[in-house]
Design a protein around this ligand. Sequence first.
Ligand SMILES: Cc1cc2nc3c(=O)[nH]c(=O)nc-3n(C[C@H](O)[C@H](O)[C@H](O)COP(=O)(O)O)c2cc1C
Length: 185
Amino acid sequence: MTPELPPALREYLRLSRVALAIATADDDNHLLAVSDRFSALTGYAPEDVVGRNCRMLQRSAANEEPRSRLREFLGNPRQENVRTSIVNFRKDGTPFVNLLYMSRLRALDGTARYIFASQFDVSRSQPDLLSDYDDELGRTLGRLTPIAGDAGIVVEGTLLTIANSAATVAQAKMMLASLEYDHSA
Ligand SMILES: Cc1cc2nc3c(=O)[nH]c(=O)nc-3n(C[C@H](O)[C@H](O)[C@H](O)COP(=O)(O)O)c2cc1C
């Protein structure tokens, strides 16, 4: 059984400056909590998504390559984190390319307790905004470390920063344009 999220951790996550989601490390990774920024980004309130797997954001998009990268991470306890662009849809049906980051929160004995994730709309962004987001996510993880530590939880994985934000944003914009073209055809 997954323990409840410690209250201090839940509150910190909720008010974070970036979109965040926390899921169980087992049981099909159903969501335990999402931040206010997650709701602002996706249009889904916590009560719409808690208890469900976040793949619901993908709707009918194939996303084969990114999904296999995410499954690889989830299936390999030694892989510290993963970062990939993936097509998602907001609650109102608008598509976006989500730059998804995932890592683990572990108990002191090393067992994975939660999966931590952050989302960013890279298809409606700019290279400098992506760098700002990266910095903010790094700070969020840094501040999370002592708060989680007080609850006996270890934050794993140093952030894999985006090496080329201009290329990442350009690629996401192309992905979004081809999706919108497919939908309008
Ligand atoms: C905490 C957490 C947050 C996630 N957030 C997203 C997300 O925002 N968008 C998305 O497409 N997938 C997200 N995923 C990934 C999917 O839930 C799922 O793991 C992925 O689609 C691969 O598995 P599948 O092929 O069985 O769907 C998240 C997973 C976890 C554990």
